[in-house]
Design a binder for this molecule. Structure first.
Ligand code: MV4
Length: 480
């Protein structure tokens, strides 16, 4: 095992990684920006290195400063957390060039999978079912139109360099295609410096189901079952649960086993997540693979009893996988909700500021992952994730009741401060959600977004549309 690991992240995930290191007897060093000098990770780490000003570009995205910090503290490995440099193959390579172990897949595997078009081609070759559409990048608007005609409308134009919902345009009719194609390419060029796009049939009313895998550097792998992450607003997840509900165990097993086969086939190493859409006919389609620890990893930890960050550290240190597939048992149901400092009544605008009161919930089978405490100041520079509340119970009904109980206890207050708790409560109250029969259309329906699909049950009364539903996103948040 490593002697010292450098944690190249902030917020709750920096603390999460720090705790895992400490439990394994690994010394911790954390980098921080000027805005995070008073953070919990800085307080708890064995060493803390200031690497730059608040601006992420000049701190948490500054590869040279991070590598220099690792040299200063004598770290052997770098844990990138999620977001920031966690899926940056160039950073992984810079680490390797400087004799540092990047805690994640080999740089070449990361690069091949970061390109969503290439990931699609690799997974298709490995036998994974894809949503109908192009595998190679689509070179012209005419070629896009041809593919769209073949797979049928609606279609979605996606940037090869995108992912996580960035750089995608839904196209409902042939008349809109040329313009959407041209605009998506231009937007992809501006955002990623890469204008390649591909075209898929757009699957509506599907569920977002993902599979957690662990693969070691000796060709062994296991899957840790599924998570449903369909409750998203503008590709920010709000509620995640494990296992995915209301699907037959045989279907979930097939998806999980197929995902693991794909990961092993492409030489994946580390903790990874394969994303699928599951349609109304219970057919599944590969979307993309994420090469990092994910925000929602705790729900998988709660149903498997396996600490995913421990496993990441062991795998990066070259230790053979410590689990056989038969040893991994899924028990009960875990549900996580994200508590963001945002105002759901005003289009989820971030509400940074001082936390005058902050008392997170407690109680049985209730876990809170947070970096915050009373008096802590949420700055405007980074994402607005304040805390994750995760509960476990033997069955889904009790897990949802337990989450509601935990949210009742959560006391957060400060000047101008709002949280996503009231909106999460509305989801937990929703009849389709309660039954586990919900899709990626759920949040838009609750928000009364025009064109949103009706509820699963056509008799349900639509929620009134809040005045805020059209407020645009604030652009300083990172996608995870
Ligand atoms: C899709 C899709 C439907 N059809 N692709 C969003 C995040 C990224 N990982 C892929 N995503 C999607 N890709 C096809 N061909 C639906 C999603 C999607 C989604 C879309 C609208 C609103 C919420 C969503 C939540 C998860 C996934």
């Amino acid at each position: 095992m490593f002697e010292t690991v450098l944690i190249a992240n902030r917020g709750e995930i920096a603390l999460r990684v720090l705790r895992a290191c400490r439990e394994l007897g690994v010394r911790t060093a954390v980098v921080y920006s000027a805005a995070d000098a008073d953070s919990a990770a800085v307080r708890h780490a064995d060493q803390a290195i200031r690497i730059g000003p608040a601006s992420s570009r000049r701190s948490y995205l500054n590869a040279a400063a991070i590598v220099e910090a690792a040299r200063q503290v004598g770290a052997q490995a770098v844990h990138p957390g999620y977001g920031f440099l966690s899926e940056d193959a160039d950073f992984a390579e810079i680490c390797a060039d400087n004799g540092l172990t990047f805690i994640g897949p080999p740089p070449a595997v990361m690069a091949a999978l970061a390109d969503k078009s290439s990931a699609r081609a690799l997974m298709s070759r490995a036998g994974l079912p894809l949503s109908p559409g192009s595998v190679a990048p689509v070179p012209t608007a005419a070629a896009a139109a041809e593919i769209a005609e073949a797979v049928g409308y609606p279609v979605i134009v996606k940037a090869a360099a995108g992912g996580g919902g960035r750089g995608m345009t839904v196209v409902r009719t042939p008349g809109e295609l040329r313009r959407a194609y041209t605009r998506t390419r231009a937007a992809a060029q501006a955002a990623f410096g890469d204008d390649r796009v591909y075209v898929e049939r757009y699957l509506t009313e599907a569920r977002h189901v993902e599979v957690q895998v662990l693969c070691d550097s000796h060709g062994n792998g296991v899957h840790l079952g599924t998570r449903d992450c369909s409750v998203q607003r503008r590709h920010q997840k709000l509620i995640e649960e494990a296992p995915a509900p209301a699907l037959p165990a045989a279907v979930l097993d097939t998806i999980a086993e197929t995902a693991l086969r794909g990961a092993l086939e492409v030489g994946f190493v580390g903790a990874g997540t394969l994303e699928f859409l599951v349609d109304a006919e219970e057919q599944f389609h590969f979307l993309e693979i994420n090469c990092r620890i994910q925000v929602e990893h705790p729900v998988t930890e709660m149903v498997t009893g396996i600490d995913l960050v421990h496993e990441q550290l062991h795998i990066a240190a070259g230790v053979p996988l410590r689990w056989r597939q038969e040893e991994i048992r899924l028990r009960g149901v875990a549900v996580e909700c994200r508590v963001n400092t945002e105002d759901p009544g005003r289009g989820f605008v971030p509400t940074p500021g001082r936390l005058d009161r902050f008392t997170p919930p407690g109680g049985p089978f209730t876990r809170v992952d947070t970096h915050a405490s009373a008096g802590y100041v949420i700055g405007p520079w980074y994402d607005s994730l304040l805390a994750k509340v995760i509960v476990w119970a033997p069955d889904r009904e009790l897990a949802l009741n337990r989450l509601e109980r935990a949210l009742d206890e959560f006391d957060v207050a400060g000047p101008g401060m709002h949280t996503t708790i009231p909106f999460v409560r509305r989801v937990l109250d929703d009849a389709a959600f309660r039954k586990g029969r919900y899709t990626t259309g759920l949040v838009d329906r609750l928000l009364g977004v025009p064109g949103a699909a009706p509820a699963q049950r056509p008799t349900a009364t639509p929620a009134p549309r809040p005045a805020s539903a059209a407020t645009p996103d604030v652009p300083n948040r990172r996608t995870r």
